[in-house]
Design a protein around this ligand. Structure first.
Ligand SMILES: Nc1nc2c(ncn2[C@@H]2O[C@H](COP(=O)(O)OP(=O)(O)OP(=O)(O)O)[C@@H](O)[C@H]2O)c(=O)[nH]1
Ligand SMILES: [Mg+2]
Length: 184
């Protein structure tokens, strides 16, 4: 039996939880390319992803997801298009504890506009437990002001069920595209 494999991208800034989210749901020990973080100004944490994260999640005998995490450091943003080539969709993680999450979101709306324009994107707001300064409604209003409608979820990347909810949301979007007979 042939197994359909689809590529899912986790994008977002340093510390938004991409490596953590993949670790939460991957059925294999994720391949990680974390190194010591020399960019404490961008995010105050010990390790950061240098090239990519990789994990897998089997949905059924017929389908399996390949989970790719992009590096969050801005100087590595050239990797986004390399990693997301041929992807089914993108999960954008936004760290709600940073000083200006909307400006941060805009970077990813621009960087992944190709998938976003095809409605193959969802947004996960992480670290709301640390800081609830921006709520889901405010994110929707921000997106609306840009003429966009993208599903937004409040998640904790450390919680498997939260990451699976994001994944479900993305797959539902992509499946509705199949149903509508649009090109994916
Ligand atoms: N409190 C809290 N901590 C979180 C949440 N999501 C992720 N974290 C923590 O945030 C830290 C950074 O997460 P990473 O997964 O390394 O972030 P990343 O997006 O891979 O970062 P880069 O590889 O540097 O781009 C980890 O210690 C996680 O446990 C959340 O929703 N709440
Ligand atoms: Mg990482």
């Amino acid at each position: 039996m042939t197994q359909l494999t689809e590529k899912i991208i986790f994008a977002g800034s340093m510390g938004s939880g991409k490596t953590t989210a993949i670790k939460s749901i991957s059925e294999i020990e994720p391949v990680s390319t974390e190194v010591d973080n020399n960019d404490m100004a961008q995010s105050n944490k010990e390790l950061t992803t240098m090239a990519m994260d990789f994990g897998t999640l089997t949905l059924s005998d017929e389908s399996k997801l390949l989970l790719y995490g992009t590096p969050g450091q801005e100087r590595l943003s050239f990797m986004w298009s390399v990693i997301s080539d041929g992807a089914l969709g993108v999960i954008i993680l936004i760290d709600n504890s940073i000083s200006d999450p909307f400006s941060n979101l805009d970077v990813y709306l621009e960087g992944f506009s190709n998938l976003i324009n095809q409605s193959k994107a969802v947004i996960g707001i992480t670290k709301s437990d640390l800081n609830d300064k921006v709520d889901v409604v405010a994110y929707h209003e921000h997106l609306k002001s840009k003429g966009l409608s993208i599903p937004v979820f409040t998640v904790d990347a450390r919680k498997k069920e939260d990451v699976l909810t994001l994944l479900d949301g993305l797959i539902s979007l992509c499946e509705s595209k199949y149903t509508l007979g649009e090109e994916i």
